[in-house]
Design a binder for this molecule. Structure first.
Ligand code: NAD
Length: 256
């Protein structure tokens, strides 16, 4: 079964973690993938892996906080593949600390990448989807948008904004045949989480054990767990799913 055959997908932050897994999965399922990332080496590696495996992909460098770069990336995507069917706004960064501990510059950067980045890339892509009267947008939120978690205030605020933005975007763009949904993952084992563990805890192993404990599964998620959820939302199987937040969190928000 090829679930996104011939669809053109832009995936931001596709050079690592969840974005990388999704880019590879979408390509296996027939999509032409734009690997859009600020990290050139990683982005090129992912696009190369996809092409080497018989898929279609191109790396286009972009910093999602920079409008000129975003516009150029979307123009290059259109020049390469002719249209855009799927946009996965996945690029994101973390932020650790209680509110009073967060540097203003760190706060601004988290909001710039996690919130403004979604706004800018969608702003560049949506007019093309409106013109073709079809499209799918998936915005990367987090289960932290719906529940409190220690030391994550800045990150939670950014992901809550993305969740709210998703619903309003959906209302505005439904008349144009565009579906807009959010993904709300729990803790997924990626370089993002490895980094967080290394820099935020004296004993990363102990911290990892504590995080595993709060999962009903007793384990962290894998990038592929989220990639499969993105594939569902991107595919026509989700044609009646509008403005939803799909939780993929190993039961963290279900309670103990
Ligand atoms: N890993 C988790 O536990 C988890 C949980 C919930 C939500 N998320 C969200 O999922 C998304 C992906 O996370 P991940 O764990 O795969 O992280 P990751 O660090 O492995 O990958 C993030 C990618 O985004 C790219 N990126 C960062 N800033 C960018 C910018 N300004 N422009 C373009 N690309 C940029 C990075 O280069 C990297 O390739 C993020 O939005 C994150 O907040 C992650």
């Amino acid at each position: 079964m090829v679930r996104v055959a011939d669809k053109v997908a832009i995936i931001t932050g596709a050079g690592s973690g969840i974005g990388e897994a999704t880019a590879k999965l979408f390509a296996r399922e027939g999509a032409k993938v734009v690997v859009a990332d600020v990290h050139r080496e990683n982005g090129e590696r992912v696009a190369h892996d996809i092409v080497a495996g018989g898929g279609e992909a191109v790396f286009i460098p972009v910093d999602v906080t920079n409008w000129a770069q975003v516009e150029a990336m979307v123009e290059q995507a259109l020049a390469t593949f002719g249209r855009i069917d799927i946009l996965f706004n996945n690029a994101g960064i973390g932020c650790v600390g209680m509110l009073h501990e967060i540097d203003e510059a760190v706060w601004d950067q988290v909001m710039a990448v996690n919130v403004k980045g979604v706004y800018l890339v969608a702003k560049a892509v949506v007019p093309h989807m409106m013109a073709q009267r079809s499209g799918v947008i998936i915005n990367m939120s987090s289960c932290i948008a719906t529940t409190g978690l220690a030391l994550r205030a800045g990150y939670a605020a950014s992901k809550g904004a993305v969740y709210s933005l998703t619903k309003s975007m959906q209302v505005d763009y439904a008349p144009y045949g565009i579906r807009v949904n959010a993904l709300l993952p729990g803790t997924i084992y990626t370089p993002f989480v490895e980094n967080y563990l290394r820099h935020s805890y004296a004993d990363p192993e102990e911290a990892l054990a504590a995080i595993k404990k709060r999962q009903l599964t007793g384990e962290l998620g894998t990038p592929e767990d989220v990639a499969y959820a993105a594939l569902y939302l991107a595919s026509d199987e989700a044609k009646f799913v509008y403005g939803a937040g799909l939780v993929v969190d190993g039961g963290v928000t279900a309670g103990k």
